[in-house]
Design a protein. Structure first.
Length: 346
């Protein structure tokens, strides 16, 4: 089987390596990785990528970069009869666009934090003059280098806006700051049904750990029944979403749950933890989503019982450690920063 990964991020790199471990597959990637067939075409050059796919008889395309997911490339592949693990661009914009996602959640009565959206710089700068602090400020577009900024003062908010606009952000999303614990629930969906994969807690885009210590069976049931299922029903009314969704949650100090936003694929550190801990054959898992028999094949997606922690070092390399407990994994890591982020806060 020939599989092509399209992207230019950690997720593309890690998944390309993971899938190359399986037998009877030939992996192609738009990232140059030792031992894997390098496709020397820009990952956003969809016309030439389409020609490559057809000429090389690629059977499955996995789009693993949010920037590539913004195009209509997945629809073009489907029209050619090529299997593609990615949502259609129309419905993907609901999860890839923070402003649309917040409006979608609110419209479908899925609990989310109070928000304000400003499409013009003048309105955004006026809003921060009267806003209550602390205040969460987000660029509308998902970006690996620009994320949420929590501002304690007007001065900090003004600086955050200036940075966003310098980097060509247009729409800005403001959220009320609520004290609590944040985590991401990843799901895989065949367009109608969904299966919970795992929970990951990420801090400042540099540190991550698997699982959450409040994630017992009752809690998982609540997440699935009150959030994941309603979200999938709402998405299915808009179009066909096949692939991965990361749902960012906030659990406040009164145990109220809110959806903050959605991610159209795994974020960088989270994919490292997922591929390390998942015990399923990922090719078979992804193909089951494409063929629509996800629920029939998987009562649940199996993971090992280890705790994983990961960090990005100063050279941009991801280091992953595992242990039977969080304390053991942190101890093995010998990372003071990881221990500071997770041992005492969670």
């Amino acid at each position: 089987m020939k599989i092509l990964f399209i992207g230019n991020n950690f997720a593309t790199q890690i998944f390309s390596k993971k899938f190359a471990e399986y037998k009877q597959v030939e992996i192609f990637s738009t990232i140059n990785i030792e031992g894997i067939n390098f496709v020397d075409i820009n990952y956003l050059d969809f016309d030439n990528l389409l020609e490559f796919v057809k000429n090389n008889k690629i059977e499955l395309v996995i789009i693993s970069d949010y920037r590539a997911l913004e195009s209509d490339f997945s629809e073009k592949l489907k029209q050619e009869g090529i299997g593609v693990f990615a949502p259609d661009c129309g419905i993907n914009r609901i999860t890839n666009d923070r402003a649309k996602a917040k409006k979608f959640l609110y419209r479908n009565k899925i609990e989310t934090t109070p928000f304000v959206i400003c499409d013009k710089p003048q309105n955004a700068y006026e809003y921060i003059k009267k806003a209550n602090y602390p205040l969460c400020i987000k660029p509308n577009e998902h970006c690996e280098t620009l994320g949420t900024v929590i501002c304690e003062t007007y001065k900090e908010a003004n600086a955050a806006l200036a940075k966003f606009y310098e980097n060509d952000s247009s729409t800005i999303v403001f959220e009320n700051f609520i004290e609590g614990r944040e985590f991401t629930a990843y799901i895989i969906t065949d367009g109608i049904n969904a299966k919970l994969l795992n929970f990951v807690t990420t801090k400042n885009s540099r540190w991550a750990k698997s699982g959450i210590n409040f994630g017992d069976e009752e809690f998982k049931k609540k997440v699935i029944e009150e959030f994941i299922n309603p979200l999938m029903i709402a998405l299915s009314n808009e179009g066909e979403y096949i692939g991965i969704i990361g749902i960012d949650f906030l659990l406040d100090n009164e145990n109220n749950l809110y959806v903050l936003e959605c991610n159209p694929f795994f974020q960088s550190l989270d994919v490292e933890i997922f591929t390390s801990s998942c015990r399923e054959n990922l090719i078979e898992l992804f193909e089951s989503a494409l063929s629509g028999d996800l629920v029939e094949k998987y009562k649940e997606v199996k993971f090992d019982d280890m705790v994983y922690v990961a960090e990005i070092d100063n050279q941009g390399k991801i280091n992953t450690y595992q242990g039977r407990t969080l304390h053991e994994a942190l101890e093995i890591s010998e990372s003071k920063e990881l221990q500071k982020e997770f041992e005492w806060k969670f």
